[in-house]
Design a protein around this ligand. Structure first.
Ligand code: PMT
Length: 401
């Protein structure tokens, strides 16, 4: 379950494109996330994918005909428009975009789009030349000017066999936009939260680095959860293999020194800093400009201490640290909290394979500077992120006075 989707009414408009098969995945991810998805298909969309497939995924009737006596719309033709929290048209063909721009209402989808007060996302999918056509571009501009969010299209291999711009964006990108729009008035709205993620890399020479096992998953989960709750979110991240979260300001760094500079910059206008990054405590005193040669049996590296980013971040800001511990979790974390002047520390046991580095789940203790301790069971990193942000929200409110 994704909290920001829970019980949200989402109308998914599907229009006639070969990319209709991708809309099945989107419908599935939204339903798994807890949303109530009403699929509205144009007649041509039903030639690519059957309504039965969407109905099977969403467990809701699929609307294809305004005058179908079985459909809710035959009684109240704007029923879906009124109960929707969000409308998403994916894939949106050039024809459906033109109808929206003109304000036509000649089928269940365009009728619903015209009647809704909810935000609308349109994800175009079409041939590259069609997309570049001035008429399509003008229509998209009209929709954008009216407040519609246009997502994509992507560049790549098209159904025509050519390369070009016209591919429907992938599901994770659409999910990111959907979550950001649904969450924009959440309980963190109006605040800026800076999150750090990943393991910093300290170069030894042009080929080698000193790093650690952080995958970035915990930090990225925090950034996405903060975004889902309406915060302006800045993610300062060391290299990871994770995709950039949508609607999050991503700042890429490599070393601890670079992370310090970017965290300082981002926190100048922020209310909270959550450091989930595993920052290297030491870096090679000198990074060799040339690749080091293996001409002896042993090698001694001279390391120098990196600055402590949390300790050096000052100002009226809520500071949250993570403690990666292999023993005496609570005691070590408490000492770190005091030493670094933190409001909160999240201690994870890195000896448990399901917790800490690289895993999708985490088992943490959340300790407050007032002595409060929350001992959480093993849970997905997304859920841990929300529990941490609940505490950050309360601390920011207390800071405000
Ligand atoms: O990225 P994943 O694979 O999902 O793994 C998540 C995680 C295990 C990396 C994460 O949950 C975690 O514990 N992050 C902190 C790891 C760490 O560096 O812990 P530490 O005990 O060494 O440091 C304590 C705190 O000080 C951390 O918030 C750290 O970001 C911060 N620090 C550390 C060194 C430094 N020079 N400056 C800092 O600000």
């Amino acid at each position: 379950m994704i909290p920001v989707l829970d019980k949200k009414h989402i109308v998914l408009g599907v229009t006639g494109s070969i990319a209709c098969y991708k809309a099945l995945d989107l419908a599935s991810k939204l339903t798994q996330g807890g949303a109530l998805v009403d699929v509205v298909m144009t007649q041509s969309a039903t030639r690519f994918v059957t309504p039965l497939a969407f109905g099977g995924i969403t467990h809701q009737p699929v609307v294809i005909d305004l005058f179908d006596p079985q459909s809710e719309l035959s009684v109240e033709h704007v029923a879906l428009a009124e109960r929707a929290d969000l409308l998403v048209v994916a894939p949106a063909t050039a024809n459906s975009i033109a109808k929206m721009a003109l304000g036509l209402a000649d089928d269940p989808l365009t009728t619903t789009l015209l009647a809704t007060m909810a935000p609308v996302i349109v994800a175009p999918a079409m041939d590259g030349h069609m997309y570049e056509n001035a008429a399509v571009q003008e229509n998209l501009k009209k929709l954008r000017d009216r407040g519609v969010t246009i997502v994509g299209p992507d560049e790549g291999y098209l159904a025509s066999g050519k390369m070009g711009k016209g591919r429907l964006v992938e599901t994770p990108e659409l999910m990111g936009h959907i979550r950001a729009i649904l969450g924009k008035d959440g309980d963190l709205a109006g605040s800026t939260i800076v999150v750090s993620a990943g393991g910093t890399q300290e170069p030894l020479d042009p080929a080698r680095i000193i790093t650690n096992q952080s995958s970035g998953k915990m930090g990225y989960a925090l950034a996405e959860a903060a975004r889902d709750r309406g915060a302006r979110t800045v993610l300062v991240t060391a290299p990871t293999s994770l995709p950039d979260p949508v609607a999050v300001e991503v700042v890429r760094v490599q070393t601890a020194l670079e992370m310090r500079d970017q965290v300082f910059k981002a926190t100048a206008n922020a209310q909270a800093l959550v450091m989930a990054a595993a920052v290297a405590d030491y870096r090679p005193r000198l990074a060799s400009p040339q690749k080091l040669k293996k001409d002896s049996d042993s090698m001694t590296l001279e390391l120098t201490r990196n600055p402590d980013i949390l300790t050096e971040t000052t100002g009226p800001i809520v500071k949250v640290g993570f403690a990666a511990e292999s023993q005496d979790l609570a005691q070590n974390a408490r000492e770190k909290m005091a030493r670094k002047g933190l409001d909160l520390i999240v201690a994870n046991d890195i000896t448990d394979p399901e917790s800490g580095f690289g895993s999708d789940s985490n088992k943490v203790l959340i300790l407050g500077k007032n002595g409060q301790v929350e001992d959480l069971p093993l849970m997905p990193k997304e859920a841990v992120a929300h529990r941490v942000l609940d505490r950050v929200r309360d601390l920011m409110a207390a800071e405000k006075g």
